[in-house]
Design a protein around this ligand. Structure first.
Ligand SMILES: *Cc1c(COP(=O)(O)O)cnc(C)c1O
Length: 349
């Protein structure tokens, strides 16, 4: 720490991203990226756009946002683009969480970090023993509510009627649904926007769109909420999304067939991996995401993590009491999951 850092940041604990090793031989199942490349149409669009990198990107992100609003069937004033969904989440903690932020004890690790960064008081709501969210725990809150649906690292999803219950009991509280993993088997809350102006949906191109390295997130909500987000963005960085990413994303949205094939393949591989592990006595949550959350009742999570690592397979282990014996494992290709299952057998699980 330099002597120039503001006092208020002395205690700041940054988010710990999953490792990004440069070792090519590693099977990387630790950060929920897609094992598949982006749509070839997205790649082509990015390459073409690269020739215009001398020019700033469109601060209104029109080409992308018009494709996105068409995709969701909402107005172009109801969508917002950000540099990864992390950026729009940061804006929400910074500017729309004046009365605090409520979220689960086990959820996306950035929520508590943003609280810390922006001086937002967190209200931590423990998941039930089975790791599910009890919607009633979120009724009648004053804090902005952040729910990842499906949740990470559990993979468990709320139904739309459960989300509706939370919205009905918080008509004057903003409810943010983080849909980073929604495409892998949960139901999007976007249709509820017609009925609720206290709802904001956040999404990302990092997972189901195979574009983690492009850094693109979005929000969908009322025109007023989107205008608020633009107020923050234009006070911070008007060119927050680069032109190659915007062009690639518009092409990716329009390539429905590619998206659906990749998604379906991941869902199938997830189902088969969970089946195989349950047969061997592993506990697995009913994940609706592109990762599985598993525990071997006879072996500490850290030991499995380390032994997989020795075999060049990287998974995510959290040094957090409640989930210390659980592992979050990204669903990779079928070959990668076969290698995982073989390695686990060798380890004795
Ligand atoms: C991956 C993830 C994000 C952030 O994704 P970006 O890469 O910043 O778009 C947000 N929320 C959850 C729950 C995630 O798992």
């Amino acid at each position: 720490m330099s002597r120039f850092l503001a006092k208020k940041f002395e205690g700041l604990k940054p988010y710990t991203p999953g490792e990004q090793p440069q070792n090519q031989k590693l099977i990387k199942l630790n950060t929920n990226e897609s094992p598949f490349p982006p749509s070839p149409k997205a790649v082509e669009a990015a390459i073409t756009e690269a020739k215009k990198l001398n020019l700033y990107s469109d601060p209104a992100c029109r080409v992308f946002l018009s494709a996105l609003s068409e995709h969701f069937g909402v107005g172009t004033e109801q969508v917002f683009a950000s540099n990864g969904s992390d950026e729009v989440l940061a804006f929400l903690f910074q500017a729309l969480s004046e009365n605090g932020a409520a979220f689960a004890d086990q959820t996306y690790g950035f929520y508590p970090v943003y609280c810390n960064l922006y001086g937002v008081i967190p209200k931590i709501i423990p998941l039930k023993d089975d790791f599910s969210i009890d919607p009633k725990d979120y009724y009648g809150l004053k804090e902005t509510i952040f729910i990842a649906n499906p949740n990470a690292p559990t993979g468990l999803a709320l139904s739309l009627s459960e989300i509706r219950g939370i919205l009905d009991h918080n008509l004057n509280t903003l409810v943010v649904i983080d849909e980073a993993y929604v495409d892998f088997g949960a139901e999007s809350a976007v249709p509820l926007l017609k009925e609720y102006d206290n709802l904001l949906i956040v999404g990302t191109f990092s997972k189901s769109r195979s574009m983690a390295g492009a850094r693109l997130g979005y929000a969908v909500g009322s025109e007023e909420l989107i205008a608020d987000l633009n107020r923050i963005k234009f006070s911070f960085n008007p060119y927050n999304v680069n032109r190659m990413t915007l062009a690639a994303a518009a092409a990716a949205i329009r390539d429905r067939a590619y998206f659906e094939a990749a998604r379906d393949e991941i869902i199938k591989t997830r189902t088969d991996t969970i089946d195989a592990l349950r047969k061997r006595g592993y506990l697995c949550t009913d994940s609706k995401a592109n990762f599985i959350f598993v525990r071997n009742p006879d072996m500490p999570g850290k030991e499995i993590y380390q032994k997989l690592r020795e075999r060049d397979i990287l998974v995510r282990w959290f040094d957090i009491e409640r989930i210390r014996d659980w592992l979050r494992i990204t669903v990779g290709t079928r070959e990668e999951m076969d290698a995982l299952l073989a390695a686990l057998k060798e380890i004795g699980g």
